[in-house]
Design a protein around this ligand. Structure first.
Ligand SMILES: [Zn+2]
Length: 298
């Protein structure tokens, strides 16, 4: 009987095969660990955020002079709550408060720089993907070109939020337009952008309210707590603005804190007697909306 000789080639194959199997096992382990981490992270952020409460304000109310309030050091004035659509066109004298976003050449309204940076940072961290922007601010000239090129799909001149720099058309590599919502990243952005003050401005099934076909890529900044409330209550921006009775002070409680908001058109407005900070924005319907952060959570 001859002893079977172990051939060097066979030995090499066994070693390589073994190493490959270990590698596959490690990858599988890494994949499961990442998935578990993602799931627990999601579960955590979900459980920390109950549905926002929207009610009449019941605390101490104070009458403020609008002009005086605007100069209060706790108050900032921005354009975050401008309702822009075919019935509420951008006025000719409107000047968008825009600036370049992080040296990218993109122009965004100043009010959303920080929020967009936080949103895209979270996308990179969770999915290892970059959230690209195909369209940010558009000049009237650019919007005219868009109308010429896209026809019906493009908003009328003055009816596009892009002309105020308040919207971002987003995509990930190889997944733009309708394809965006079919990806894990796209789904997450659509479901979670409210955490960063954005709403999906033209949702599916709300064409009769917005007048615009479903656009899973068009994010609009409105800020906290409005984005959270609209998103959870399933309201379009049109419906939300419509639901705010003039001069009435509302209390909006979210996981981030307690807010009060009032839509007003006169020289005076009601507000909570004490507050940490406030944002006042023109709503482009002849009124302004003041949003007071009464107390941040934590
Ligand atoms: Zn858009």
């Amino acid at each position: 009987m001859t002893k079977r000789k172990v051939r060097p080639l066979r030995l090499l194959a066994v070693i390589l095969g073994g190493a490959f199997a270990v590698y596959v096992l490690l990858c599988a382990f890494q994949f499961v660990a990442t998935a578990v981490e993602a799931i627990s992270k999601n579960a955590k952020s979900e459980s920390k955020r109950p549905d926002p409460e929207f009610a009449d304000f019941t605390g101490q109310i104070k009458e403020y002079n609008s002009a005086v309030l605007m100069y209060d050091e706790r108050v900032s004035v921005d354009q975050s709550l401008m309702l822009i659509n075919r019935s509420h066109l951008i006025r000719d004298d409107f000047s968008p408060e825009i600036s370049e976003y992080k040296g990218t050449g993109l122009l965004f309204n100043n009010c959303l720089h920080e929020a967009f940076s936080a949103l895209s940072g979270e996308v990179s961290e969770q999915f290892g993907e970059k959230l690209y922007v195909s369209s940010a601010y558009r000049t009237a000239e650019e919007q005219k070109r868009e109308i010429e090129e896209q026809g019906e799909v493009a908003q009328d001149l003055g009816a596009s939020e892009h002309q105020a720099g308040l919207a971002a058309d987003v995509y990930t590599l190889y997944h733009g337009g309708m394809g965006f919502e079919g990806t894990k990243t796209g789904k997450w952005v659509i479901e979670n952008c409210w955490q960063y003050g954005f709403i999906l401005r033209y949702p599916d099934g709300k064409e009769d309210k917005t007048g615009i076909e479903y656009e899973p890529w068009h994010l609009r900044y409105v800020g906290a707590p409005h984005a959270e409330y609209m998103s959870k209550a399933g309201l379009t921006f049109e419906e939300y603005i419509d639901s705010l009775e003039p001069e009435k002070l509302y209390r909006i409680t979210t996981a981030d804190g307690e807010y009060a908001a009032v839509r007003y058109s006169g020289d005076t407005l009601s507000g909570p007697e004490s507050f940490e900070s406030a944002v006042i924005s023109d709503d482009n319907t002849g009124s302004r909306i003041a949003t007071f952060l009464i107390k941040s959570a934590g």
